[in-house]
Design a protein around this ligand. Structure first.
Ligand SMILES: O=C(O)[C@@H](O)[C@H](O)[C@H](O)CO
Ligand SMILES: [Mg+2]
Length: 402
């Protein structure tokens, strides 16, 4: 039996903030887990350092499921993004260790490949429709077969999803940026620019769009119906999903496929969405939904109901959880798509993943474990840099879902 002898929490900001857990066993094997919770990073770092590390030292590194149950049920206070991200980091690091001990990539531990690579979608955006079209062309030239399109809505400063230079989010600054939101202007404009994308580039690629929780179920149904002829791959987060039964109304109003789940952290956040078939794609991630062990459970439940996967994968997830996602993606029968946003090159000075983008799909390497290295000396050169995600406000000044 190998025991955990060291558990280290590394907070670093190469381009943006990441929290990483590094476990070492009595056999000298190391494993990595991503514990990054965008905008609330230090809460997870403290949860790990102050509450989990003392429980990990001396514990059997082989018993991944038992560790998961021990940390989940042992906390008494169940679920929540901070707890589940911390558990995810431990779980991911243990899978990495198990793979290295077995001399196998994690996808082989999970039953082996069902496909060679995970189809990904890239993020095209533009401050104008012209810029968006140029960006879509750039992604097509780079070999992407699926592209998410977001354009700034005229008269709505700081529309969600539009990059400023190389920066996606969060913006620099000590306090959250406040962005204006106008539902009517968006509902009028979005179908028109998405139609322009189809006119220009045709139907021979997957087109996606993220609504980012901005609409009521009535509005979302109306938008979905209007977008049907554009045959979107999906309409993401059309409405906030705390109340899962609200999606029944969207479902009845439109056949545009629906994807939800990047903010969920457990199967209980999406069990009704899945079992009542209120969505088509479940977007939970390894980092925020309890690690490989729990995300696999969610994906298996989804498979029974013909709901496919489409994991969150913005750059607020480190190359460690991106790698874990790709290993899981290539094994599950109900894989749909994987979100992928290339990390800033400076991020790769600290994290060295071995997955590769080829023909619009991410391919895991056959390295044992997850195939990611963390350079701790490089990590020390990039101290934590406090950032927040933006806050949305309507034109009357009241707070809207961002
Ligand atoms: O699907 C996406 O990429 C976005 O919704 C981002 O993940 C979110 O704004 C948090 O960074
Ligand atoms: Mg999203």
């Amino acid at each position: 039996m190998a025991t955990i002898t060291e558990a280290k929490v590394v907070v670093t900001s190469p381009g943006r903030n990441f929290v990483t857990l590094k476990l070492t066993t009595s056999d000298g094997v190391t494993g990595l887990g991503d514990a990054t919770l965008n905008g609330r990073e230090l809460a997870v770092a403290s949860y790990l350092r102050d509450h989990l590390v003392p429980l990990l030292i001396g514990r059997d590194a082989d018993r991944i499921e038992d560790m998961w149950q021990y940390l989940y049920k042992g906390a008494y206070w169940r679920r929540g993004p901070v707890t589940m991200t911390a558990i995810a980091a431990v779980d991911t690091a243990l899978w990495d260790i198990k793979g290295k001990v077995a001399g196998m990539p994690v996808y082989d531990l999970l039953g082996g490949k069902a496909r060679e690579g995970a189809l990904v979608y890239g993020h095209a955006s533009g401050a104008t429709v012209g810029e968006l079209l140029e960006d879509v062309a750039r992604f097509q030239e780079a070999g992407y077969r699926a592209i998410r399109a977001q354009a700034a809505v005229p008269g709505v400063a700081g529309t969600y999803g539009v990059r400023k230079g190389a920066v996606y989010e969060p913006a620099a600054g000590a306090l959250p940026e406040e962005q204006l939101w106008d539902t009517e202007k968006y509902l009028d404009f979005a179908p028109r620019y998405l139609a322009r994308v189809r006119e220009e580039f045709g139907f021979d690629f997957h087109l996606l769009h993220d609504v980012h929780h901005r609409l009521t179920p009535t509005e979302a149904g109306r938008l979905g119906a209007r977008l049907e002829e554009l045959r979107l791959f999906w309409m993401e987060d059309p409405s906030p999903a705390e109340l899962q039964e609200n999606f029944r109304q969207i479902r009845q109003a439109t056949t545009t496929p629906i994807a939800v789940g990047e903010v969920f952290n457990s199967v209980w956040d999406c069990q009704q969405l899945i079992t009542e078939r209120l969505i088509d794609y479940i977007r939970c991630s390894v980092a925020h939904a309890g690690g490989i062990t729990h995300l696999r459970r969610i994906f298996h439940l989804a498979e029974l109901y013909q709901v496919r996967t489409g994991s969150h994968g913005a750059t607020d997830l480190s190359p460690v959880s991106m790698s874990a996602a790709v290993h899981l993606d290539v094994t599950v029968p109900n894989f749909g798509i994987q979100e992928y946003m290339e990390h800033d090159p400076v991020t790769h000075e600290v994290f060295r993943p071995t997955y590769e983008l080829r023909d619009g799909a991410l391919h895991p390497s056959d390295a044992a474990g997850l195939g990611v290295e963390l350079d701790e000396e490089a990590a020390a050169r990039f101290p934590y840099d406090p950032r927040y995600l933006p806050v949305g406000r309507r034109s009357d000044g009241s707070v809207h879902d961002w």
